[in-house]
Design a protein around this ligand. Structure first.
Ligand SMILES: [Zn+2]
Length: 267
């Protein structure tokens, strides 16, 4: 399967929405390419992109690897193209994605498809997913870098916003964040991941749970309202607790974008 190509993937659980009864459990996979220190073969920093020193955060070693290697240069213009879908659906996506621009200097543009760093597709037979930050530059030319999966013209606005903002958060280099203190209903999680389109073994599911449990918010700050916090259905927790979708950028999300992609660079 496409997510078993050797990439280190982390699962983002679980888009369930009591408010959207037509919605069943849906997953997002963030895609990261294994860390290699800059200067070595496989480095995740695109060579043509000037890199700047980033703010320091108190985070886990795994998170440091992501934070220090997946961000774009602060004022980059990222070309976004679409491999399929109607122009009205594309416009609906970009109208939401540009909200991420308002907090920082990063900009989304619409170049020719061949020049776009971000290539969006809608493959409904897969989960929503996106490569994290500059890992999009490692993708084979022509292949998508971000999948908005089931989103369509008829998707309710709050759900549409949640998925677009979350996946474009990955585009900026943010990783998934599991809520602190979640008590997983592990049999339910395993049952979900064992079937199509995930098809994970028990060991793989356990590994993903461990990854999620060690995750943290963008910029390392605790933030229950972050767009990068994964929604979790009550059916997947041992205490029937649930975490809802977020459909807006939190204040800390905006601060983090401003910090990483500042409009005025400090000398
Ligand atoms: Zn995600």
């Amino acid at each position: 399967m496409i997510w078993k190509r050797g990439y280190a993937l982390t699962i983002l659980f679980v888009f369930v929405a009591p408010l959207w009864p037509q919605t069943t459990v849906k997953l997002c996979f963030q895609r990261t390419i294994p860390f290699s220190p800059p200067g070595r073969k496989g480095a995740t920093v695109s060579p043509e992109l000037p890199q700047v020193k980033r703010p320091e955060f108190v985070v886990s070693p795994e998170r440091i690897a992501v934070l220090t290697t997946k961000y774009w240069s602060p004022s980059i213009h990222l070309g976004v193209s679409f491999t399929d879908s109607t122009s009205s659906l594309q416009q609906r996506v970009m109208k939401i994605a540009v909200e991420l621009e308002s907090a920082g200097a990063i900009r989304f543009t619409s170049p020719d498809a061949a020049k776009a760093q971000i290539k969006v597709t809608f493959q409904s037979n897969q989960p929503a997913w996106s490569y994290v930050g500059t890992d999009a530059m490692k993708v084979k030319p022509g292949d998508p870098t971000l999948n908005l999966a089931w989103l369509s013209e008829s998707t309710p606005d709050a759900e549409f916003r949640s998925v677009v903002l979350h996946e474009f958060g990955h585009v900026l280099g943010f990783v998934d964040m599991a809520p602190a203190g979640v008590l997983w209903n592990e049999p339910a999680v395993h049952a979900l991941l064992a079937v199509s389109p995930y098809g994970m073994s028990s060991d793989e599911a356990n590994a993903k749970l461990r990854e999620l449990n060690s995750s943290s918010a963008p910029c390392g700050n605790e933030d229950k309202a972050s767009i990068m916090q994964i929604p979790i259905a009550k059916s997947l927790t041992a205490d029937s607790r649930e975490w809802p979708w977020q459909s807006t950028l939190s204040e800390k999300d905006r601060q983090c974008i401003s910090h990483l992609y500042p409009k005025v660079l400090k000398k």
